[in-house]
Write a protein of this length. Structure first.
Length: 142
């Protein structure tokens, strides 16, 4: 994506890449020193990933564990900092291992500088994940 891409446009493009299961292209949206944080991650799960390589390692097997079908709700809010957005969204799909439905709502705070994601704070509900037996994916991705 060009360096003048607005954060909201970059984020929407990233969602399309996740639906296409193009994790390599999604990782390419990140700055080399990007930080991916999970403030609500339960004990024993990653709370912070530093650098593009760590994020790539974490996301590598994502499509093997979660088959995303759609983001039926995405609302992007611009903040007073032009490079930062707040996203409310819902992802639906299925868990590959069990075939169980996957339905998660998220709040994300994303900062983009020079056309790359530099910081992504993912406020997801770990109770849903625990209930849906996703621990194998998350623990193997650490």
């Amino acid at each position: 994506m060009p360096t003048h891409t607005a954060p909201a446009d970059l984020y929407r493009h990233g969602l399309k890449l996740l639906l296409d299961k193009d994790i390599a292209a999604w990782i390419d949206l990140w700055d080399d020193n990007g930080v991916f944080e999970f403030p609500f991650a339960p004990d024993g799960w990653p709370k912070r990933l530093e650098g593009k390589a760590a994020i790539a390692d974490y996301m590598r097997g994502y499509p093997d564990h979660i088959d995303l079908h759609d983001f039926p709700y995405v609302e992007i809010h611009q903040t007073t900092a032009a490079q930062t957005i707040v996203v409310e969204m819902r992802a639906v799909g299925r868990l590959v291992e069990t075939g169980s439905p996957y339905d998660m709502t998220y709040i994300a705070v994303v900062t983009v500088e020079d056309g790359r994601i530099t910081r992504y704070r993912d406020y997801w509900n770990p109770l849903v994940v625990l209930q849906e037996s996703m621990s194998d994916f998350t623990r193997s991705s650490r």
